[in-house]
Design a protein around this ligand. Structure first.
Ligand code: FAD
Length: 318
């Protein structure tokens, strides 16, 4: 079932969903089931599986010179989505990114998803790989997420890249895209960023999932501004608990989000690592309850593959 159908059928009740990462290359699907088994108790409406770009690694050759290799450390998004559906009978949302893919490779991945009866996708640009200072599009690929949205929207009307194909079956993907209550880091300001966001919806996106935030007032202000700008699709808040002291600096650096002073004070007052974890979880629980009360359509947790933390939050919220 589509994410938008889940939301419509919930009839105002806030849904629960999670995002997981494919395991590192070499691990089995059991490592995914180990994460999801305890989470399934809370009946997630859908499970997102992220997509990870290739990275360049250097290996020393016999002659002492370094050789550059391109490799994906976390492959398997499409197969994991299909395995989860079969194992738990729950909907999955594979993330599809522009970076590193030609339009044809993207089309082939979408055809695989269509054959597997997966009818949700979250479409993203992806970030620059570590060795690139800024995002570089594949020469035959997409520069922005909106271009990917247009490709999927075209397939939903039966328009594939080869326009001469006969008797094509249109796909039926429900399209989600990313949104940034605190602005995407490359955008010159929030209004410009939101104009591009609106154009993704006009191109076919049906719901939004936000970047993590730690201050609900940022989400509420964003939802208001969306309404003013005529963005009327469901806006799913993305949530992540702080569980280590180090994250007070690493998360703002990696995700370009602010941490409220009150949360910093509460974490810094903790005496042990276990206290830090409990305090971070407590903050996320408080955030979740307030968002639920305000009618958020779904609470989407970035599990970072940690079932214990996600379950400790879910048991207090759902
Ligand atoms: P876009 O919508 O393309 O926007 C990128 C920037 O360009 C923004 O600053 C925007 O304002 C601007 N812009 C947009 N359209 C145009 C245009 N037509 N012309 C000029 N400027 C424009 N990354 C992964 O690699 N894998 C994942 O699985 C993944 N999952 C994510 C899930 C969520 C919920 C979120 C919030 C992010 C996720 N990301 C993931 C990270 C994401 O790929 C990065 O944040 C990336 O930098 C931007 O992606 P986007 O789809 O928002 O890009």
């Amino acid at each position: 079932m589509k994410v938008t159908e889940h939301i419509a059928r919930a009839n105002g009740k806030t849904l629960f969903s999670v995002e997981i990462l494919p395991p590192l290359k070499g691990k089995s699907i059991q490592s995914i089931y180990n994460i999801l088994d305890p989470i399934m108790e809370f009946k997630p409406a859908f499970i997102d599986v992220t997509y990870h770009r290739e990275e360049y690694v250097y290996k020393k050759r016999e002659n002492g010179l370094l050789e550059k290799f391109s490799m994906r450390k976390r492959p398997g998004t499409v197969a994991i989505c299909s395995a989860i559906i079969n194992h738990y009978n729950v909907d999955t949302v594979p993330h599809i990114i522009c970076g590193g893919f030609s339009r044809e490779e993207t089309e082939n991945a979408l055809i695989d998803l269509h054959f597997l009866n997966i009818d949700n996708v979250l479409l993203l640009r992806g970030d620059a790989i570590k060795s690139e200072p800024v995002f570089e599009a594949h020469p035959l690929g997409h520069r922005y997420a909106i271009d990917l949205v247009k490709q999927v929207a075209n397939m939903n009307t039966g328009k594939y890249l080869d326009e001469e194909l006969q008797d094509v079956t249109p796909t039926n993907f429900c399209i989600g895209v990313a949104a940034y209550p605190e602005k995407h880091f490359e955008a010159p300001n929030l209004t410009t960023d939101m104009r591009w966001l609106k154009s993704k919806i006009e191109a076919g996106a049906e719901y939004l999932v936000t970047q993590m935030f730690f201050d609900n007032s940022k989400y509420f202000a964003f939802v208001e501004k969306c309404k003013e700008m005529g963005i009327n699709v469901p806006i799913i808040p993305g949530l992540k608990p702080i569980t280590t002291r180090k994250q007070l600096t690493s998360l703002p650096k990696a995700f370009h989000v602010d941490i409220p002073q009150e949360l910093i004070d509460r974490i810094e007052a903790c005496k042990t690592d276990a206290d830090v974890k409990s305090e971070g979880i407590q903050w996320c629980v408080e955030q979740s309850k307030e968002l639920m009360k305000a009618g958020a359509p779904c609470l989407h947790y970035y599990t970072m593959s940690n079932a214990e933390i996600t379950c400790r939050i879910a048991e207090k919220v759902f």
